[in-house]
Every structure is written in structure tokens, then in C-alpha cells.
Design a protein around this ligand. Structure first.
Ligand code: SAM
Length: 473
């Protein structure tokens, strides 16, 4: 046994009868279990909880990598694993203590999607239950996890999807709630029952299960992309500012000095597209700026255009993040204000470019947030409808005649993308053909309305960002 691994706490504390087995658990699995409890019992974000638990358990980088795989895989496949566990246990998971369910999910992930030998997956699940939850929980864990181990993942999926329709089966086979499968189908085909090329829906869903390599952006005028390329990065496929690089971004001096930052390529492209439409120089507005990724790229591009940026953000703590992200640029180029973008503190009809990157479900970045697909609900998407409409309406009102407005979401869901623009765009604006401003990006017209751009992880390697461009008349 590794000296750092955990010995049975209750036995050491003398709570167990003499004949109870001595149990051991390695730190990576213990930390993974504690992280899952943070996610499920306290609503924590998996990535933040992972970092916290890696620190608390003092994990080595190898242990942290195993812990990350255990947590991310278990979170992504949670819905499918739960159906398997119910079938294996012959009972609803509601009849079990939630912490026991997390032990079982972790064991199921090791059995079905990692190459953990069966005896190791079973015994570590039982030991984890004994140590973390008490000896009386080991029987049920042992019984259910052994039944899971009798079939491989394909056999379980075949059994569970027998007689199911295509979308229901895809939901289980790709680890997504059914409503997201339907939303992706609508966004890709243009309508709920529209035709799709063979395999495209599955490819889109599977792309959510692959964690992206970190993408960096150089701040125009502050950092040359060559500097990051020389440091082990490779150029992004489309954005002239992007670099893909394995490893910890803050190892780079340019990142520490805020001359570069982490930013998905999709976010870079939608900001770039806004600046490519012909418009006069002047003042630009970022209506929903926090934490400031697009605001910083826009500030660099505004400087080259002889323009300046006003960045608005509703929440003070996020406005602080915007200030930090803009700090490396001279202060005469930008200003940050805190306020509700639907109740502007600025004169209307004045900005030559307006970015409305509105609050949304964030469904476009499922690949980097393993737990979020099971936390979000279809209902929540609808709840943002009025705010998204009001913010786009205010973005239009803030633009000067001839000015350009970008409506952006990190979501491909029709209800918060095309529907919002089609609802709000009126005689004040012309809807532009957004795809022509990203000529280097193939296949990016939104199926729901070809005047809009929809990026996809499986097609473009970016988050699923949506972009509409409007010209104020
Ligand atoms: C999608 S995020 C923007 C991301 C940002 N553009 C970036 O690239 O870093 C949306 C932001 O809008 C802010 N927000 C929410 N309601 C708002 C409102 N009524 N007015 C202005 N900002 C709002 C949120 O706090 C959040 O920071």
C-alpha cells in the first residue's frame, strides 16, 4: 500500500468490531468521491471542486490526472450509469443514500469506461464505501457493483436501448439528457424533425464528451502569436489570435502579464466578426462584458481602429474581472461600468459597434463542464427569454445609425439564438449575412436561419457559439 493512501478511518478510531476487514483507498479515488459529493450535495462546479480537492488531498500530478478522469467521466455519463445501476440493482436509486450512489457511479465508470480490472473496480468501490460511509454500506455496494461488472458497456447499452427510438437510444449512448438530444437535432436540422446527414447528431453529442485542449488568445498589440507558438503552442484553425497549447496556461509569461489569456476559439471568432463589418470608428459597447474575454480582444481591435470600448457588466465582482482583463491596455482605451444593460447609463444611438454576449444556458460548452448537462433544465432555457430579448433590444437602441450589433450566445439552442433575433429585429435594423464575415470558417451557417452563424465542437473544434450581426438603420 502506498504510504499516502487512506487506511480505514473508522477502524483506526476503534468503531468497528474486531473481525471487520481492514480497508484501504488510494488518495485519487478518495478525492474523486469527495469531489462528486461537492458536485451533487453542494451544487459545486466540477472543475472548481476538483482543484479544491486536489489541494486538500495533496495529490501528485499523476493522482490528480486519475482523479480528474474519474470525476469528469462519471459526471458526463451520470444519466446512463444511473439507468445501468437501476437495472443491475433492480431498484430505484432514490431508495439509496445519495453518497452510496456516488460510490456506485465511480465504480461503474471504472468498470465500463476505464480499463480498471474488474476485481480492482469492485474492491475499491467496496473499500471506499466502508471507509467513507461505514461498514454497513458495503453489502449493497458489493452486490450492485458485482452485477454491473457482469456485462461490458456495449452489452448494457444494447440491453437498455432495446426497442427504444433513435433519439432515446442516442441519449443513453452519448450520455445526454433527452431534451438536449432533441435541442441539438433541432439546431442541426433547422426544425425538430428536419433531415440530418447520417451520423451528424451523434457526432455533435459525442464531441461534448471530449475535453478540449486549452486555447489561448493573444491580446492584439500586446503579444505576438509567434511568442506562444515558440513556447510549444500550435495555431488555431481559424482565429488569427488563437493558440492551442497543452499544459498550464499560467506557466506562460504572456498569460501572467495579461498579454494573452485563455479563450475558446469560438469566442475569438464572434468578436472578430463584429469588427470585420464596415462601420465608422468611434465608441464601441460591450453590453454584458464579464468576465471580460471578448472585451479585451475588442479593446485591442478598437485601438487599431482608432476606437474605444465601454464595457458594461451587471455584477460588481464580474466587473472587477473585466477591469483585470483590460488592465494591460492603456486606460484611455476602455472604461468599465456596472449596471443592468437593459437600463443603460449611456446615451442611446451612439455606439458604432455593440457586442451583446447575453447570459444564456451555456449549453455550447458542455465539453468543458461535465456536470452541467444534468443540472440544466429545458425550463431554465425559457426563463432567460425575456432578459435576452430586452438586452438585444437595448443593444439595438444603443447603436448609432449605421452601427453594427452582434448578438452572441454560447449555446446552439434555438430558443435563445435564432428565436430571440427573429423576435426582436424590427424596422430599426437590417439582418446581415453573418457567415460572409467569417469566410475562413466552413459550414458555419445556422440551420435554423442561414443568415446566422452557428459554430459546433464536432465541425469546428470550438464551443457551440451562435452569432447574429445586425446593422442599425
Ligand atoms: C455570457 S456572459 C458574457 C461573457 C463575456 N462577454 C466574455 O466574453 O467574457 C454574460 C454576462 O452578462 C452578465 N449579465 C447578466 N445580466 C445582465 C444584465 N441585465 N445586464 C448586463 N449584464 C448582465 C452576467 O453577469 C455575465 O457576466
Amino acid at each position: 500500500m502506498n504510504q499516502r493512501d487512506r487506511r480505514d478511518r473508522s477502524q483506526r478510531e476503534g468503531f468497528l468490531p474486531d473481525r471487520a476487514p481492514e480497508r484501504f483507498i488510494d488518495l485519487a479515488r478518495m478525492a474523486a468521491f469527495d469531489t462528486l459529493r461537492d458536485v451533487h450535495a453542494s451544487g459545486a462546479y466540477a472543475n472548481l471542486a476538483l482543484a479544491e480537492q486536489a489541494r486538500a488531498h495533496d495529490l501528485t500530478s499523476q493522482e490528480a490526472a486519475l482523479c480528474t478522469e474519474l470525476v469528469n467521466g462519471t459526471c458526463r455519463w451520470e444519466g446512463t450509469y444511473d439507468r445501468i445501476l437501476e437495472a443491475a440493482g433492480g431498484r430505484s436509486l432514490d431508495s439509496l443514500q445519495p453518497a452510496i450512489v456516488d460510490v456506485l457511479r465511480l465504480g461503474t465508470h471504472q468498470l465500463l469506461n476505464m480499463r480498471t480490472p474488474t476485481h480492482a473496480a469492485v474492491s475499491t468501490s467496496v473499500d471506499l464505501a466502508g471507509i467513507a460511509l461505514g461498514e454497513r454500506t458495503t453489502g449493497v455496494v458489493n452486490a450492485i457493483i458485482r452485477k454491473v461488472s457482469k456485462k461490458d458497456f456495449e452489452q448494457w447499452l444494447d440491453e437498455l436501448t432495446e426497442g427504444m427510438g433513435e433519439r432515446g437510444a442516442l441519449s443513453l449512448r452519448t450520455g445526454h439528457p433527452r431534451w438536449i438530444v432533441d435541442a441539438w437535432a433541432t439546431a442541426l436540422a433547422g426544425s425538430p424533425d428536419g433531415d440530418l446527414p447520417d451520423g451528424e447528431l451523434r457526432a455533435a453529442l459525442e464531441a461534448d464528451n471530449v475535453a478540449p485542449v486549452p486555447t489561448l488568445v493573444v491580446r492584439p498589440g500586446l503579444c505576438d502569436r509567434e511568442e506562444l507558438l515558440a513556447d510549444g503552442g500550435r495555431a488555431t484553425s481559424f482565429s488569427p489570435f488563437g493558440v492551442v497549447r497543452e499544459g498550464n496556461p499560467s506557466d506562460l509569461a504572456a498569460v501572467r502579464q495579461r498579454r494573452a489569456a485563455v479563450q475558446d476559439e469560438g469566442s475569438q471568432l464572434v468578436a472578430l466578426a463584429l469588427t470585420r463589418v464596415e462601420a465608422e470608428s468611434g465608441r464601441w459597447l460591450d453590453l454584458c462584458a464579464g468576465p471580460g474575454g471578448k472585451a479585451a480582444l475588442l479593446t485591442g481591435l478598437a485601438r487599431a481602429d482608432g476606437s474605444t470600448l465601454l464595457a458594461n457588466e451587471a455584477h460588481e465582482h464580474r466587473a472587477d474581472l473585466v477591469r483585470k482583463s483590460l488592465m494591460a491596455y492603456p486606460q484611455n482605451l476602455w472604461e468599465v461600468v456596472v449596471g443592468d444593460g437593459t437600463k443603460p447609463q449611456w446615451e442611446q444611438n451612439t455606439f458604432t459597434r455593440v457586442m451583446a454576449d447575453v447570459p444564456c444556458s451555456g449549453l455550447g460548452s458542455l465539453r468543458r463542464r461535465p456536470e452541467s448537462r444534468w443540472r440544466r433544465t429545458q425550463q431554465e432555457v425559457g426563463e432567460l427569454f425575456q432578459l435576452q430579448c430586452d438586452l438585444l433590444d437595448q443593444a439595438i437602441a444603443s447603436a448609432a445609425p449605421g452601427g453594427v450589433i452582434a448578438y452572441v450566445t454560447c449555446s446552439p439552442h434555438r430558443a435563445e439564438t435564432s428565436t430571440i433575433v427573429q423576435t426582436i429585429a424590427d424596422q430599426r435594423v437590417e439582418i446581415l449575412d453573418a457567415a460572409i464575415f467569417l469566410p475562413e470558417v466552413p459550414d458555419c451557417r445556422a440551420a435554423t436561419d442561414p443568415r446566422f452563424v452557428q459554430l459546433w465542437p464536432h465541425r469546428h473544434g470550438t464551443d457551440a457559439m451562435f452569432l447574429a450581426l445586425l446593422r442599425r438603420l
